[in-house]
Design a protein around this ligand. Structure first.
Ligand SMILES: Nc1nc2c(ncn2[C@@H]2O[C@H](COP(=O)(O)OP(=O)(O)O)[C@@H](O)[C@H]2O)c(=O)[nH]1
Ligand SMILES: [Mg+2]
Length: 361
């Protein structure tokens, strides 16, 4: 880089010196007035240029008082200020390409088309997103199709319908037993009796007794297998007997064996497996598998209000091969309870929560 100082009586004159000496690509580092107010007042410009861009040799001062020399730093190029029309140095213009013969043009076009075709054939085949969505929807609908609705079966003759709610702890068995009792008693006008085998927790029986008292329904506790058989016999004249059971871990197989033994003697008993929508996929699979030993009649899906994602639940229900008998979506007894038909289950698993909302009072 060459750095020079230029002085002249006025700024335009000093700038002309810069242009003449360094050309239009010169960079102005500084400009200041020297001996301001005196007879010797003049303008000093510090300018620089790269060796490569020097376009013309530095000229001697064209007028008295004009000088060049020195060093500095700056930010401005002369080109911006130049009034001179023609640049001293011009970049050589690229040579004009000779017009191609039509023959060779054709060959080039064919070649690039072949290249494009080959690239396209090598690209991995991806399914367009729209098509993917359709496939996912088809797959989802196939799963939903497998989910069937089936309310509790009617009993033969004058025998009562006997239902037992089984399932893990805290899924809503007792609450749902009360909802079912209310539905049969209030909606269907049936004569209902409540039995509970749940003496495991302190106060567990009180929960169902309280519901029974409010609905003016009989409620009995069965601590032993014999108690259960006798209680059923006592309420044989009712339309529906609803049995609440103790919840245990789905990994406690002894509990399932014990229940199976209790139920073995009661021929028309329909076990309903209560599962919560908030249960994790793997646990749900385990629950369905373990309770299969009791040959459940159907599923009761509870706590549908506690989530908004039902795809995994739908898959598990379909995989269980068990129909869905009832849905619950809240703690209110008897309101938060639905006896779904197949179209409602379809809409629910397709649209989610909004499909249930309109059925809630
Ligand atoms: N959010 C919601 N809570 C529920 C539902 N069903 C039951 N519960 C609540 O879940 C808790 C456990 O219910 P409970 O009937 O005692 O379960 P159990 O141990 O299976 O008998 C209670 O606080 C119930 O009020 C439901 O559908 N939605
Ligand atoms: Mg309970």
């Amino acid at each position: 880089m060459i750095i020079k100082r230029f002085t002249a009586q006025t700024a335009p004159k000093a700038m002309k010196l810069v242009k003449d000496a360094l050309g239009l690509d010169a960079v102005i580092f500084s400009q200041k007035t020297l001996d301001k107010g005196s007879a010797n007042e003049r303008v000093e410009i510090m300018a620089a240029i790269d060796h490569d861009t020097i376009t013309s040799p530095p000229l001697p001062n064209p007028e008295p008082g004009a000088t060049t020399g020195g060093a500095g730093y700056g930010y401005q190029t002369v080109r911006k200020q130049a009034t001179q029309k023609k640049p001293v140095k011009t970049r050589p213009k690229p040579k004009k390409r000779q017009a191609q013969a039509p023959e060779s043009q054709k060959v080039r076009q064919n070649f690039s088309r072949l290249l494009q075709e080959r690239e396209a054939s090598l690209r991995p085949k991806t399914v367009p997103p729209k098509q993917l969505k359709t496939k996912a929807t088809i797959w989802r609908d196939e799963i939903i199709d497998q989910v069937q609705a089936l309310p509790v079966a009617q009993s033969s003759g004058n025998d009562p319908i006997i239902i037992a709610l089984v399932g893990p702890t805290g899924v809503g068995k007792t609450t749902t037993a009360a909802k079912l009792a209310a539905w049969y008693h209030i909606q269907e006008g049936k004569k209902v009796a409540l039995l509970t085998m749940d003496c495991y927790r302190i106060g567990a029986t009180d929960q169902l007794r309280t519901y029974a008292r409010i609905m003016h329904l009989p409620c009995e506790v069965a601590i032993r297998k014999k108690d259960l058989e006798q209680a059923i016999a006592r309420h044989w004249d009712t339309d529906v007997i609803i049995i609440d059971t103790t919840g245990k871990s789905p990994y406690d197989t002894d509990h399932i064996d014990e229940l199976a033994e209790w139920f073995a003697e009661i021929a028309s008993l329909q076990p309903l497996l209560v599962v919560s929508a908030t249960t994790k996929k793997e646990d749900l699979r385990q629950i369905v598998q373990v309770y299969d030993a009791l040959e459940p009649h159907s599923l009761i899906l509870t706590k549908l209000d506690e989530t908004r994602t039902y795809a995994s639940l739908c898959q598990q229900v379909a995989a269980s091969n068990l129909p869905v008998g009832y849905l619950t979506m809240g703690q209110r007894v008897p309101e938060d309870f639905i006896v779904p038909d197949k179209p409602l289950l379809d809409t629910f698993f397709k649209k989610g929560w909004s499909a249930l909302e309109q059925h809630i009072n």
